[in-house]
Design a protein around this ligand. Sequence first.
Ligand SMILES: [Zn+2]
Length: 162
Amino acid sequence: MLEHDASPDHDRHMRRCIELARRALATADAPVGAVIVIGDRIVAEGVERVKARRDVTAHAEIEALRAACVALGSTDLTGATLYTSVDPCMMCAYAIRLARVGTVVSGTPPMGAATPLDGWTVLAGADAVPNRPMPRVVRGVLAEECRALLMAWRSPRGVGHD
Ligand SMILES: [Zn+2]
């Protein structure tokens, strides 16, 4: 598992995630944005919409996965890279594995108490998801900017990425 990879492409796509994360703030949602890239092209984007839609599954990564599958006409995202401004939770990690995403690039860990089982246990667990490949993982891209958004969102409310 790679902890950091200072690729200009990673920075560029993460900046788009940060723009999308700012949109989530407008609906009081957690500032999380995600994009899915194939080659050098963004094929789908996702904005956190849990509160806006009253849908606990509307995490930015799930929104991006749904949009990518529709755009590509397939649930097989082999070769795709998913960027997300906050490390994926277990739900999103499982969906990422189901879709066979090849690489996951994330910004910052979520805020709040650490849990013994998190998204990384699903992404990096060989047997966590049967018959699905483990993605390559790059963490900590533009971490300070991603975390600053979380801090700004959380400070007046004292609630987490929910
Ligand atoms: Zn999630």
